[in-house]
Design a protein around this ligand. Sequence first.
Ligand SMILES: [Zn+2]
Length: 59
Amino acid sequence: MANPKHRHSSARGGIRRTHWKLKLAALSRCEQCQAPKLPHHACSNCGSYRGRKVFEVNN
Ligand SMILES: [Zn+2]
């Protein structure tokens, strides 16, 4: 089995992880209330999906 011969410094690990970036969540807009929502998800603000009410929002 391949085993590491030498340990890396923590700086090396940092160099390897330079491309580990957080990506912004992809957001679309609800066509009902224009609130930002996740694509392919029902709107959490008004409970509609593609112009149809799928659940009642209790607030
Ligand atoms: Zn909505």
